[in-house]
Design a protein around this ligand. Structure first.
Ligand SMILES: [Zn+2]
Length: 209
């Protein structure tokens, strides 16, 4: 996990966003390969193992919806176009099977760090791609990322609400499914198996800044 990503992380505890602290066990090129992440508010502890920060055991049954595990990676060029990002910097989150597009999307986005949540087997982190695991939420702070791409198997209320929460106002979420809607997200366009929405600038959702 990229060390600077620590500033964006959110605890699983039911309390307001607060800064987490990292005790690094092992680091390589500004990436934590092994360590502990602690929450000063509720004293929760999370472990980084093999570069993956774990905020709880993932629900593997969610992956059974991903009928074809050998399916081709999502079309990174299309995702890139739907995200509509100009300029370098910041973070884009990829949820579930959307992480399969990480490497190709990273090449298109350039200097934007990607954060994968609950990647399927066979997806590995690299210098511009961090991996997190979490049972039911996106362990990132509210309004912290420039875009979110949600795998089709997670186009449900739980994950889309989380995508809507973490994306910055005025920025987009891309959902690799025909289904789903999210609070505070206005659908802009859709195509076969994909839709894109923008977070309203005037959103006054709970916890929003
Ligand atoms: Zn906490």
């Amino acid at each position: 996990m990229f060390i600077e990503l620590t500033d964006l992380l959110r605890c699983a505890g039911d309390h307001a966003d607060g800064h987490l602290v990292v005790a690094t066990g092992e680091m390589r090129n500004r990436r934590i390969t092994r360590g502990m992440i602690g929450c000063p508010v509720c004293n929760a502890e999370y472990w980084v193992e093999k570069g993956v920060a774990r905020f709880g055991a993932t629900d593997r049954t969610e992956m059974t919806d991903d009928a074809d595990r050998t399916a081709a990676a999502p079309d990174a060029a299309a995702i890139h176009a739907f995200l509509g990002l100009g300029g370098p910097g910041g973070y884009v989150a990829l949820v579930g099977t959307a992480t399969r597009a990480a490497h190709a999307l990273g090449q298109l986005l350039g200097d934007v760090h990607l954060v994968g949540i609950n990647a399927p087997d066979g997806v590995f982190p690299d210098t511009m791609f961090s991996l997190l695991e979490s049972p039911g939420f996106i362990p990132l702070r509210t309004a912290s990322v420039r875009g979110v791409v949600v795998g089709g198997e997670r186009a449900n209320e739980k994950w889309l609400s989380e995508a809507a929460r973490v994306v910055l106002p005025g920025q987009r979420i891309v959902v690799l499914s025909d289904k789903g809607e999210a609070p505070g997200i206005e659908r802009m366009a859709s195509g076969p198996g994909v839709w894109v929405g923008v977070k309203r600038e005037t959103g006054k959702g709970k916890g929003e800044k």
